[in-house]
Unconditional design. Structure first.
Length: 223
C-alpha cells in the first residue's frame, strides 16, 4: 500500500544502524538480501529488509475469533486475551504475520501488545527478522516443465501436534491448501502444491509454523 510505503520511507530516513550489517547496507556495500540469507547472517534490524526488499508484502493469519451471527466463530486477525486483576480485567492482543516478496523470500512472526495495532506492527517486524529463501522448481513427474511454479521435491515439517507434508504439483492444480496456508504460499512465490496434514490443524499458529518448517527443510534436500 502507498501509505505503508511512505511510513517505511520516513522510518528509513531517520534510521541509524546499530549493527555492522546495517551499516554495510546503508553505505551500499551490501545490496542483495539473498546473499545475506544464503550466508546465514542473522538480520537484527527490520530496516535492513525494508531497504533491500522494497516490494515486500504482508498478510495477517486469522488466529483470533469472536461469536458470529447465528452461532459459530467469526475469525479475526487479532487474538484478544483477558486477565483478571484487582483493578479489573486487563486485555492483551496477539497477531501472527507473514511477509514475502512473492519471489522466493518469505518470513513469519508473532507479536503481542496492549493494542491491536501494536501487536500487528510487532508481528510484521519479527517476520522481517525471520526471512528464509524458498527453493522452487517443478518436482512433479506429471509436469516436468522445468519452471519455478512449485517446490522441487517432497518435504515435511512439524510444529506442536501438527505434521505437514508438501508435495510438488503440476501446473493447473494451483494451491490445494487451506486459505491461511495460501497466504504463506503466495508470498513465497509458490503457485501449485499439494498438502497432507496430521494433528490439530485448527490451531492455525502451529499449522503455519509447520508449513514454514517444511519450506525451510527444502534446503536439506539440495545436493
Amino acid at each position: 500500500m502507498p501509505e505503508e510505503r511512505e511510513e517505511v520511507e520516513e522510518k528509513l530516513a531517520g534510521w541509524k544502524p546499530r549493527t555492522k550489517l546495517g551499516k554495510d547496507v546503508l553505505s551500499g556495500k551490501v545490496t542483495d538480501i539473498r546473499e545475506i540469507l544464503k550466508k546465514g547472517i542473522k538480520i537484527k534490524e527490520p530496516e535492513i529488509v525494508d531497504m533491500l526488499v522494497p516490494n515486500l508484502q504482508s498478510e495477517l493469519i486469522l488466529i483470533g475469533g469472536r461469536p458470529g451471527k447465528g452461532g459459530g466463530i467469526e475469525r479475526t486477525p487479532v487474538r484478544v486475551a483477558a486477565k483478571m486483576h484487582r483493578s479489573g480485567r486487563r486485555y492483551s492482543y496477539g497477531a501472527f504475520a507473514v511477509v514475502g516478496n512473492g519471489d522466493g523470500i518469505v518470513g513469519i512472526g508473532k507479536g503481542s501488545g496492549k493494542e491491536g495495532r501494536k501487536a500487528v506492527e510487532k508481528a510484521v517486524e519479527r517476520a522481517k527478522l525471520n526471512l528464509i529463501l524458498v527453493p522452487r522448481g517443478c518436482g512433479s513427474w506429471e509436469c516436468g516443465c522445468g519452471e519455478n511454479h512449485s517446490i522441487p521435491c517432497k518435504t515435511e515439517g512439524k510444529s506442536g501436534s501438527v505434521r505437514v507434508t508438501l508435495l510438488p504439483a503440476p501446473k493447473g492444480i494451483e494451491l490445494a491448501v487451506s486459505d491461511e496456508v495460501k497466504k504463506l504460499m503466495r508470498l513465497a512465490g509458490i503457485k501449485d502444491v499439494w498438502i497432507k496434514t496430521l494433528g490439530d490443524t485448527s490451531t492455525r499458529y502451529n499449522l503455519i509454523k509447520a508449513v514454514f518448517d517444511a519450506l525451510k527443510n527444502l534446503h536439506g534436500y539440495r545436493k
